[in-house]
Design a protein around this ligand. Sequence first.
Ligand SMILES: [Zn+2]
Length: 423
Amino acid sequence: MDTPTSPGPAPGGPPRARAFTQDTAQVLALDKTTGTLRYLPAGEGNGETEAGVTWRSLIARGMLLCPMPGCGAPFGRVVAGGARRHHFAHRPGTADHDHGTGPETLWHLNAKDVLHRWAATCPQLAGWTLHLDDTRVLCQDDWRRPDVLAVSPDGARVAFEAQYSELTGTAWKARHDFYARAKVADIWLLAHHGPQWRPATPRQLRREELALHESAWVAAIQLSGLHQTMLRHGVTPLWLDPSTQMIGTATTRIRSRHTRARLEEDAAYTLPPGRAFPACHLAADPLEQCVVDLAAGQLLTPAGRVHHRDRERFEAGEKAALERAALLQARRDAEHKARTLRRRAAEQDKRRASAARAAEEQQAQQRREQEQRQRREQEEAQERAAAEARQKLPLVRQFPPVFEHETPAPARRPWWKPWRRRA
Ligand SMILES: [Zn+2]
């Protein structure tokens, strides 16, 4: 599979495997003479900071102070060796960092320094003036002091904010709007710790939108109200790990709804998370491979470039799918219309046939009725003829007696009278 998000660690860059592991190594020290921060590059603990001066010799002379607020004690040693990143440390028992600050203070300090050093080498910001934590942006009686502010010779400004504390979406929107009013591009980098860094739950990762992912994506993070607000305003959340100088881009690999059924490789796109997603994956890239997109006022990471490319591919694919669907629908509509016409014609034929049948039946009925009528008339005529014929007969024949008189039996002659035969 094509994995443009994972070009591999840059030469000399930190390996991706260590990114976002929340290493608390102290890699910054305050130079006692100049008052500036000095950065200990990875693997350089035994080396020289400048020609002839080793880090160890500076430590031995007490020239490197702890930059943590409330501490300021000189570092006692350089820890170089073993699997851990080389770093400065106090001698055991001389200082502790439980000033109630926690590791966020260290990381925030590191983050600002990392951004400052990176901005100084960023080709898009060549010739710009960089301000670390000391310049205000003013606009209409309001002001903000970004962590790093880059100002171009012609007055364009880019503000970098490393967000370590809790921030609501509404508060972020207010700050984003403030920078927009002041015509300053604002680039937000979220902490890899605390409220901005809540690992996604396995239940969230079972969601369909997050099921696909690439091996180079180092973590899965819950999207809070702040992140959702950023996404709503077209800003992809970015996380900064100052220890390994990696930038994590919120990313997801989603399958297009229209082409999902076809299960093509091409139908999956690497895009920023949707506004309603509860979580996202994190594609880690070295900070040195990121560029400032001055037109969009955003930090463009390699993963962000993949998003742009896939967004175009996605939109083209969706358009093609929609056209395909419209074509299919038109064909289906035409078929439906033809079917309806055929059905209507068949219904009309049926209606016509049944009407003809009904007419025939009616004719037959009429014929039958006529025959009955004729028969009845014939019968009546016959009866009438019979009655007339009867009237011509003598009355006694016309009215025959209802009862036939029987001749009464001859009265019997009493026994004492001799029978006398009638003559
Ligand atoms: Zn300290």
